[in-house]
Design a protein. Structure first.
Lengths: 262, 209
């Protein structure tokens, strides 16, 4: 039973890429920093890591008029309602919470990496050292204590806010109307709605590493909805047919050996 | 005279060992795999010491299965190569489903046994290759699509293989009385051979004479 269904809204039109959320996330979740290198960008580290659950992506974008613009996007778990990671997890380590978010019980994770392959947003990260997967849990313990997630608390511009689902989706659409142009709401129209929703200032296809039409991969559906049940259905059906064959036709008889061979 | 002996040795010790190690590793993989697939069957990881232990046992048993699969291919591929008469045998369903006259005489293995062998080899190869990908893929260097297809193919090939294994067990035991001893003592009766592998028996007795 969902007592509250929370949605975190990421309004990219307000993001200044201060990366306060990135630091706050590490601090609250007690994740160590990685040694990184200068790659000619402020984006640091280069990608999400097992110890980096949220990351500001810095993208240099040339728009239709030829103007160079800087796009910032806070990347991280989208907390899908129809989550490919939960569907593919064999142990139940990945699970839906009563808040609608997706949490990961690290103790139950066996490091099979099925979720890493399945996620349409490429979010879960595998730590080879302890064979566990890591990802954002939208600060489940903070939410349960009535606190905002660490990233939301740290945000100085109001780009990150959290609240009840319906109110936040309405807020997102109001903001898009205010912004006009290519601004759009991203997240409510696929995987039965995510619990992290963006206000994008550009069309989704403009952003790096952002799928335009994410869904639970077909291979995961085929695997879990068809092959998985048919392992047992097939086994049972064939065993049943063998039984019927035995009862109707009877066991295969051996020709009586005639005297004197052939 | 050998042509009048009551029993015929049809498999050697090597064949029986390969058969049973392959079978045991395959069934143990199936058992642990079902435990990893169906959360409702968590009695499997519980008796095996948890999900992580079950994953490790699945992998190690899978390595044995992979090795034995190659061994099986090596020792049986010649016996299981299809020949022209096999088509006739298949068209008559080997006499298992409706009354049939003039079934083409079988050499060592009939077309059904050969088909099972190649389904085992093909499904087994898909399972082994995809299994190694699932176990060892590094998300930083392997495209997610390869991993996705591996998880899917692993489960898909199992569906087919499991169904055929049931048929294999049925036909090797109660469906064909007198057959199972071929994989225990290695001996079957001479009349069994005359029914199931007449050309092979003829050849063998000619050689021995």
């Amino acid at each position: 039973m969902k007592t509250h269904e929370y949605v975190k809204l990421i309004d990219l039109s307000r993001c200044t890429a201060c990366r306060g959320c990135q630091v706050a996330c590490k601090q609250w979740n007690e994740m160590p920093a990685s040694k990184t290198r200068q790659h000619g960008t402020y984006q640091n580290p280069q990608d999400l890591e097992w110890n980096t659950w949220t990351l500001i992506r810095f993208q240099e974008h040339v728009d239709k008029e030829g103007t160079l613009r800087w796009l910032f996007r806070k990347d991280g778990c989208m907390h899908c309602t129809d989550a490919a990671c939960v569907k593919s997890c064999p142990t139940g380590a990945l699970h839906y919470t009563e808040l609608g978010t997706v949490s990961l019980n690290q103790d139950a994770c066996i490091g099979c990496k099925a979720c890493v392959a399945a996620c349409p947003f490429d979010i879960p990260r595998y730590n080879e050292a302890n064979e566990k997967v890591y990802k954002c849990d939208l600060c489940y313990t903070r939410l349960m204590a009535g606190e905002k997630p660490a990233c939301v608390l740290s945000c100085p511009t109001g780009a990150l806010t959290i609240g009840e689902k319906d109110a936040m989706i309405k807020k997102a659409y109001d903001r898009v109307k205010e912004l006009g142009g290519d601004a759009n709401v991203y997240g409510d129209k696929f995987v039965k709605s995510t619990h992290v929703i963006y206000v994008l200032t550009e069309k989704p296809e403009v952003y790096d590493e952002l799928p335009t039409n994410p869904s639970v991969p077909f291979s995961v559906i085929l695997w879990k909805n068809l092959f998985k049940p048919f392992t047992l259905i097939g086994l049972g059906a064939v065993a049943g047919m063998a039984g019927l064959h035995y009862l109707i036709k009877g066991p295969h008889k051996i020709h009586e050996e005639k005297e004197g061979g052939q | 005279m050998s042509s009048h002996e009551a029993v015929v040795r049809i498999t050697d010790a090597e064949e029986r060992i390969v058969h049973w190690v392959l079978a045991a590793s395959c069934l143990f993989c199936l058992f642990t795999g079902l435990g990893l697939q169906f959360q409702a069957w968590d009695f499997i990881p519980i008796i095996l010491g948890g999900y992580y232990a079950t994953k490790l046992m699945h992998i190690y048993s899978g390595i044995v299965f992979a090795g034995m699969l190659l061994y099986a291919l090596y020792i049986w591929k010649k016996d299981c190569t299809f020949e022209e008469a096999d088509l006739q045998w298949v068209l008559k369903a080997g006499g298992y489903l409706w009354p049939v006259k003039d079934l083409p005489p079988v050499y060592k293995y009939n077309a059904g046994q050969k088909a099972f062998f190649w389904i085992l080899i093909v499904c087994g190869a898909i399972i082994v290759v995809s299994g190694f990908v699932m176990w060892l893929w590094n998300p930083l260097s392997v495209p997610a699509i390869i991993a996705r297809l591996s998880y899917m193919a692993h489960a898909g090939a199992v569906v087919l293989l499991v169904a055929f294994i049931v048929v294999h067990i049925y036909l090797g035991t109660i469906g064909n009385p007198g057959t199972a001893s071929a994989m225990f003592s290695g001996e079957v009766t001479r009349s069994w051979c005359k029914t199931h592998c007449p050309r092979w028996l003829e050849d063998r007795e000619k050689k021995e004479a």
